[in-house]
Structure formats: C-alpha cells, structure tokens
Design a protein around this ligand. Structure first.
Ligand SMILES: [Zn+2]
Length: 484
C-alpha cells in the first residue's frame, strides 16, 4: 500500500472527526474544571472553627491514652479511633495481633478512578519519665498555648490530624476519586511488629495504593530564617556492625604486640580516618537547591548547583566537615561501642567495637562491607551484623502529590521553603515503598527548634494554634490529592 494514500485517507477521516474531537476535548476540559470548582466550593463551604476546636479536644484525649512502648497497649488507642470512626459511620476494623496490641484500619471509598491514598501513623510512643517533665506526660495539659504529652510530636499529633481528616471528609461528603485509607499501627518505636503483621496478614488492605503520607517530615520555623518544610522522601538505613578481634590474653605487665585490643585499635584508627565517597542523590541535590536562599553568598550559589560545586576539592572538604550536611552526601560510619578487658592489669583475649553505619538509599551492604574489609586490612578481625538490616529506599519527587504539597504549603505560607529531605533514621515508609507506593513524610505543623527538640525528650508538646492550622492544611492537601 502507498504511504501517501494512507496518509490522505487518515487525514480525511481525521478531518471529518475533528469537530467531534474538539467537542470531546472541550467536554473533558470543562469537566475537569467543573470538578475543580466543585472541590473549591466544597473547601470553601467548610466552617472550620468547630472542627478546629474538636481537633484540640480530641488531641487532649488521645495524649491521655498511655501507649508507652514497651509494652505499647495500643489497643486502647485503636479503640479510641474505632469509636470516632463509628460515630462518623466510617467503616473500620481493629486488628488485634498480640495481647494489648492492635492496628486499626478505616476506609472511605472513592469512585475508583484513581488508586488509594493511605494516611499512616503509629500509635505507640517512647517511654517518659514524669520526674523530668513540667507537666505530667499523659495529661494533655496546656501551658502557654502548648499541649503537653508524650507523642505530641511523635506522632500522635499527626495521627490525630489524619483521623480528623477522615471525620471531616465523611461528614462533609468529600468527593473522592481515590479510596482514603487510615492506618494506625503498633510498635513502630521498638520492633515495628504492627506494620509487619499487617503487611504479612492483610496485604489486601493496602494493595494497589499509589500514595502514603506518614511521619518523617519536619517544618522548622527559625526567627530571621523563615520556615522550611522538609518532606521526607527517603531514609538512610542503619547497618550496625560488630568488629571482633581475638588473640592471646595475659598479664598487663608483659605486653603482647598483637593482642586483641592492639589489633582492634589499629584497624579502627583506619576506619575513623575514612570518609566513604560522596554519592549525590537527585533528591539531595534538590534539597540543596531549595535551601540555597537561606545561605549567604557564595554558599548560596554553591548550594544552587551542588553537583558542580562538589567537583571543587576545597568545597567538598568544607561541606564534609559540616555535620548538618555531610550525612546527606555519603554513607557514614560512627564508632559507638568499644569493649576490651574488665581489668587494667589483664590483657583480654577478645576485644570488640561496634559501628553505626548508615547507608544511602540504593546502596548495597555487600559492597560497603567489601570496602570496610579492605580498609581494616586485618583478616583476623571478624565482622558480624548487630541489627536486622532493612534495605534503604526512597520516593521520587516527580509526582502529583509532591506538587500538591508544595502548592498547599505555599497557599498557607507563601514564604515557606519546601524541600525534599533524606532522613538519617528509620520510618515505616521503608516497609511500604517496596509495594510500589510513593511514601512521603509530611507534617502540617510548623514548630520552633525548641519544640521540635522535645521529640523523644522531656516536655514533648505541640502548639495549639498549630493544631488548629494544621488540620485545615492537611485536609486541603488530602482533598486535592484524592481528586487528581
Ligand atoms: Zn515516630
């Protein structure tokens, strides 16, 4: 068949169809514009003060439930959410999996056009010693506009806001193109048995989801510097190692040249002098670009194009000395445990050290161990793992949800910087990313470094005004994300 004939035939067909095509496109455009206006109308119609007041009241109730882990007792928290969801006629299920321990799952169905969005939060908190607190850690009491309680930063604040978003969505009949899922889990602070149990026994509850929002984001307001919204897009993974040297023991008065402690210390000296090579991840590059305007020149310009700047040895050296940034650029090694003999006059036959190694997303622990082994240059030193290694992973920022986060944050705080953040520690996102879910650590509360520092510490608290503001920002984000 002749090509030109074919083309002209296609053209005739298309020309005839053109008016129809135009109509279809116009209809689609006006439909999406209509859907957007409809969502805007929905958001405008909400009367916020009662919901904001309810958020504060429920936050107090939630903080009063003691879910210190160990032992956890998260079942009490699951029952608290269960009661709230039942009252709003939101289908929900408690999944008990051990005495006192449970996860809770709630679902508001969307029309199925888009894949589900999960709001994930852990209900357990770390322990609190009331003696070092200004107000009792399970009181939810308020002082100077701040509500005190273990979990007020990590992460009962976010969990409660996520629950409020579900309640408001149900009561206001939020139109949804995606299913909206709330998942409250147990035991994140210790062994993560809650999420692990859920994924093993009820993978259907999260299967096919596209997005997940959980902890791992922090928004610090520093006077004179403004507010930086750090959106957690990935985490480094802890690879804890024990290095053990063995040898001949003896009396301290008669030195042994190749004793276990001597060989261990010589090998460790090589480790502490070592910096693994720089490996710049795209999200880290984006982070530096985002925060560049907080820096004075010439650093601002260097941060804007960090990839190029790092090619200059002087800059690479200076940023490697900066604790705040160095860990973002490479795998890191911290020497944390040293153990030799129990007595000064005894040369022990065994000595060991432990290293807290953190690997960047995408790194292979076998490759790292190979590098370490050759650096130690002592085959008699045994390397064993001291934790259960979970491979590090990350999510791209090239998504609709990330764009919406930027958009909604700027709507409420036009000056804020939104930057993708690489976390130094573990979050549950690591378990959900391998299922193909884009996971972000995102929080809507803006806090000072002083309040932020109370996480896992005494006087953990949350500013009440931020709860009021935060519920609104999170609702708007979820409403928009659930419709596009
Ligand atoms: Zn947490």
């Amino acid at each position: 068949m002749d090509d030109s004939q074919d083309k002209s035939a296609t053209c005739i067909a298309l020309c005839k169809l053109r008016p129809l095509l135009v109509l279809v496109v116009l209809a689609a455009l006006s439909f999406s514009a209509f859907a957007e206006t409809q969502l805007d109308d929905h958001l405008r119609a909400i009367i916020w003060p009662p919901y904001q007041e309810e958020t504060v009241q429920l936050m107090r109730e939630y903080l009063r439930i003691d879910t210190s882990n160990p032992p956890g007792n998260e079942l009490a928290a699951a029952e608290f959410f269960h009661r709230l969801f039942d009252q709003a006629a939101i289908p929900n299920t408690i999944y008990p999996y051990a005495p006192g321990r449970a996860n809770i799952y709630a679902l508001i169905k969307g029309d199925g056009t888009l894949k589900p969005l999960i709001l994930l939060n852990h209900m357990d908190v770390v322990q609190a010693d009331p003696r070092s607190w200004r107000l009792p850690p399970f009181s939810g009491e308020v002082l100077n506009g701040e509500m005190y309680g273990r979990g007020a930063q990590d992460m009962k604040d976010e969990g409660l806001l996520q629950a409020m978003v579900m309640l408001i969505a149900a009561r206001q009949h939020l139109p949804l193109k995606r299913d909206l899922i709330f998942l409250g889990t147990s035991d994140e602070e210790v062994n993560d048995t809650g999420s692990a149990w859920m994924l093993e026994n009820h993978p259907e509850t999260v299967r096919g989801a596209e997005y997940l929002i959980t902890e791992g984001g922090t928004n610090l307001t520093v006077p004179g510097r403004g507010t930086v919204y750090e959106v957690g897009v990935g985490e480094k993974a802890p690879l804890w190692l024990r290095l053990t040297a063995t040898g001949r023991g003896g009396h301290g008065s008669i030195p042994i040249a190749d004793s276990a402690p001597d060989r261990l210390v010589k090998a460790l000296a090589r480790v502490v002098d070592w910096q693994p090579p720089i490996h710049l991840l795209p999200s880290v590059e984006q982070y530096f670009r985002a925060i560049a305007r907080l820096e004075p020149e010439p650093r601002a310009a260097q941060f804007r194009d960090i990839r190029k700047s790092l090619q200059a040895p002087a800059f690479a050296r200076s940023i490697s000395r900066d604790e705040e940034y160095n860990f973002l650029l490479r795998d890191t090694v911290s020497l944390t445990v040293l153990h030799g003999g129990p007595q000064t006059n005894v040369i022990p036959d065994t000595a060991y050290a432990e290293l807290d190694v953190r690997l960047l997303p995408g790194e292979d622990p076998k490759v790292f161990l190979g590098q370490l082994r050759s650096l130690l240059a002592d085959d008699s030193i045994r390397i064993t793992s001291a934790n259960r290694f979970k491979p590090p992973n990350s999510s791209s920022t090239e998504t609709i949800l990330y764009r919406l986060i930027e958009q909604v944050v700027h709507q409420y705080n036009p000056q804020a910087i939104v930057a993708p953040a690489l976390g130094g520690g573990y979050t549950e996102s690591q378990l959900y990313r391998p299922l193909g879910i884009t996971c972000y650590g995102f929080n809507t509360l803006e806090v000072t470094p002083e309040v932020d520092a109370t996480e896992h510490a005494a006087d953990e608290r949350v500013p009440i005004e931020q709860l009021r503001r935060g519920v609104r920002v999170l609702y708007e984000l979820v409403a928009r994300a659930a419709n596009q």
